[in-house]
Design a protein around this ligand. Structure first.
Ligand code: ADP
Ligand code: MG
Length: 699
């Protein structure tokens, strides 16, 4: 019977694990025996030989055996005991800060002591702090034949216990009764010279004697690579499955009347680009199906994604369904509100705003109107998807600047707005190019559209890299620029996530600049201001009631003031390239010349020079993303790009990035040969708490 297979049994099946230990193990994500098997060592210890004290090296753990010369209790400062041992090649001090009186007594002169720990250099020469130790009769007694695994621990679960129970689990699941099946087709394993699952797990938990500690720890062992490969593959398959599952739901048919659409387009102050028209057609075609759309629109900053979203929203509203638009910042949400109200003024559509700042009565009445259906378009931040928000008939969800949200956050939204069998269509927009390999782990559940064209007449932004010693020159330049009736941004950034410090820096800069530039009207916007205050400043800037906007990175996304064609970014060397590109995307929105000045703190590191050089060379978001990936590595890029980054048990995006290219072919092989194993793979790697998995479970 399936449920009796040993690897699916709870850890309490093992001897010595009661409910208390089981609860602690759960903190490590360990519930079943299978979870234990995939709890891999962080590193290994070599207790296969005794090292002579004279041969010890600092920073390395070693097994040492010697005779106690003396043990002394030290009361000064933090109480400790120090115990000196001698093995005829040299002297070593052992130091203990937590100890019992009995312990101190045990370590009496003449005792033969074996100890294991990391060597460091202390006051008294070579030292081990808190070594594991044992009083022995004979040195050989403590030598182990294999390298010992060191597992990640949690409070109340020590190394010895983990070693013991993992050993038990291995013997139950792999040796006695090998039910832990290899879910990857043999052909795929052979193609990449990967060992079987059983061999991989045994190698990593019980390394064979011929493997050196270095080869086990350098991350290149086939046994490890194979598991990382299986994990990546599973994440990819889970997204594909999630898509299939979601697409099985019913969705409202959203049809856009030709006249309504044409009327809207005619009223725009510009002509849609061919790329915009193509993407709109793709969206219209998806939304006219009875299954939900899951589409990602990727278009570089300034490519005109908002108007595409507006047409999709028009399709939903004119078919009688509600639309929810989620933006990552209040400022961007306010901008959208403003644009949509303007665009849809003649359509008499009720458009409202919902963010975390909306409180009390106003919030109540907005929530009620949403639930009753009198609000047709709601624009807001992630507050839109809190439990207290219910919709009357949500037909379309639009997520702007998706890269600011995590994968799991995005997947959680799928649950929102479901009514019986009906699920809303989803339109997801991003300006951040996703290199193909990463797209596989992040967006395999989405169909992709690309706005690969900027509106005509846009001139590339000219970027200069300037040391902060030339600040005065830059300030002069603003004066000059403003006298030509143009506007500018001054962006204050700080690396620390401290919003407070960033806002303070912006306030100081604004004060300083208003002293130095008395003829320039200066506005200030930062994250600590109230939403309506921010919006008032933004509108004033848009109306050209002020010339220079001093801002924090709150203006990174969405802000759109075409007459502002000069941007100064302070401390650009501290920002990621993609973030700089987004920020710079605030200028170059009209058809006039525009400039970006990167005002760095000297001296600039070599890497910093390289990175800013790229910004100077190109305006192409895709090239910038590729370079960013090259310079920082995929782990870093994915980590900072999203808040809820993907968690891997074993795989490491940087160490294992060479595996990513192998995934699509393997996924195809699984689909063709043994698609039935996918749920089991997902269970193994993602566990049942996963959103992706919930999607599958529901189908
Ligand atoms: P993003 O893709 O970065 O979200 P926006 O939707 O904010 O870009 O559009 C950037 C600017 O370009 C806005 O001022 C918008 O009105 C304008 N715009 C959009 N489409 C076109 C077009 N086809 N021709 C000219 N300007 C356009
Ligand atoms: Mg936008």
């Amino acid at each position: 019977m399936h449920s009796q297979e040993p690897h699916t049994l709870p850890v309490t099946t093992l001897t010595g694990i009661g409910s208390q230990v089981a609860a602690r193990l759960q903190k490590l994500g360990i519930i079943t025996l299978q979870d234990l098997l995939f709890h891999l060592p962080l590193r290994y210890q070599d207790r296969s030989k005794i090292t002579a004290i004279a041969q010890l090296q600092t920073g390395i753990s070693a097994l040492v055996c010697g005779i106690v010369e003396f043990t002394d209790t030290i009361q000064r400062g933090r109480p400790s005991i120090i115990c000196r041992i001698n093995d005829n090649s040299g002297l070593l001090s052992l130091r203990f800060f937590h100890f019992s009186a009995q312990q101190a007594k045990q370590l009496k002169p003449g005792t033969l002591l074996a100890c294991f720990g990391e060597i460091r250099y202390g006051y008294t020469g070579l030292e081990m702090v808190h070594p594991e130790y044992k009083i022995v009769q004979n040195a050989k007694q403590i030598i182990e034949t294999t390298l010992s695994p060191v597992y990640p621990l949690t409070e109340g679960v020590g190394q010895t216990l983990l070693r013991k129970i993992i050993k038990q689990a291995l013997s139950l699941c792999l040796t006695v009764d090998n039910t832990l099946s290899d879910l990857i087709p043999n052909e795929v394993l052979n193609r990449h010279h990967f060992p079987s699952l059983k061999e991989s797990l045994l190698t990593l938990h019980n390394p064979p004697t011929n493997l050196s500690i270095e080869s086990l720890q350098d991350g290149q062992l086939p046994a490890l690579k194979r598991l990382a490969f299986e994990e990546f593959l599973t994440h990819h398959l889970a997204l594909l499955q999630g898509k299939l599952a979601y697409k099985q739901w019913q969705a409202p048919k959203l049809a856009l009347d030709v006249n309504i659409k044409q009327d809207f387009i005619n009223r725009l102050p510009f002509q849609l680009t061919t790329a915009q028209q193509r993407v709109i057609a793709e969206i219209e075609s998806d939304c006219s199906q009875t299954h939900p759309m899951l589409r990602l629109v990727h278009g570089d900053v300034g490519s005109g994604k908002t108007v595409v979203a507006a047409i999709a929203a028009l399709a939903a509203v004119s078919s009688g369904f509600q639309v929810a638009i989620m933006a990552p910042t209040e400022l961007l949400a306010e901008q959208h509100l403003h644009n949509f109200r303007q665009w849809f003024a003649v359509n008499s559509i009720d458009i409202q705003f919902l963010t975390g700042q909306l409180k009390g009565k106003n919030r109540q009445s907005t929530l009620q109107a949403l639930a009753e259906g009198s609000i047709q378009i709601i624009i807001g931040t992630h507050a839109l998807f809190q439990d207290s928000v219910t919709f009357h008939n949500l037909g379309l969800i639009i997520i702007d600047e998706q890269h600011r949200f995590g994968v799991n956050q995005r997947l959680a939204l799928r649950e929102k707005g479901q009514q019986g069998d009906l699920r809303p269509h989803q339109l997801i927009m991003t300006a951040t190019p996703i290199p193909r390999t990463l797209a596989m782990l992040q967006y395999s559940d989405l169909d992709m559209s690309k706005i690969d064209q900027l509106p005509p007449g846009r001139k590339p932004v000219t970027t200069s890299v300037i040391p902060s010693e030339r600040r005065d020159e830059v300030i002069k330049r603003i004066e000059n620029w403003v006298s030509q009736q143009r506007q500018a941004y001054w962006v204050c950034t700080l690396i620390e996530e401290s919003e407070l410090l960033q806002c303070e820096a912006a306030e100081k800069t604004a004060t300083y600049l208003s002293h130095t530039l008395p003829n320039v009207k200066i506005g200030l916007v930062h994250g600590r201001m109230k939403a309506n205050e921010k919006e008032r400043v933004m509108q004033a800037f848009k109306q050209h009631e002020c010339d220079l906007l001093v801002a924090t990175t709150v203006i990174e996304v969405g802000v759109d003031v075409p007459n502002a064609g000069l941007m100064i970014i302070e401390n650009p060397e501290r920002l990621g390239l993609s973030q700089l590109h987004q920020l710079r995307g605030r200028v170059g929105r009209g058809n006039q010349e525009s400039y970006c000045l990167l005002l760095y703190q000297s001296p600039l590191s070599f890497a910093g020079k390289q990175r800013l050089g790229i910004m100077k060379e190109t305006n192409d978001g895709f090239i910038i993303a590729e370079k960013d990936l090259e310079l920082r590595g995929p782990g870093e890029v994915m980590g900072t790009r999203q808040t809820g980054q993907i968690q891997f048990k074993i795989a490491d995006l940087n160490r294992d990035s060479d595996l990513l290219d192998l995934i699509p072919a393997a996924a195809q092989a699984i689909y063709q040969q043994q698609a039935q194993v996918i749920p089991e793979l997902v269970q193994r790697w993602l566990g049942s708490a996963n959103k992706v998995n919930e999607g599958i479970a529901q189908s």
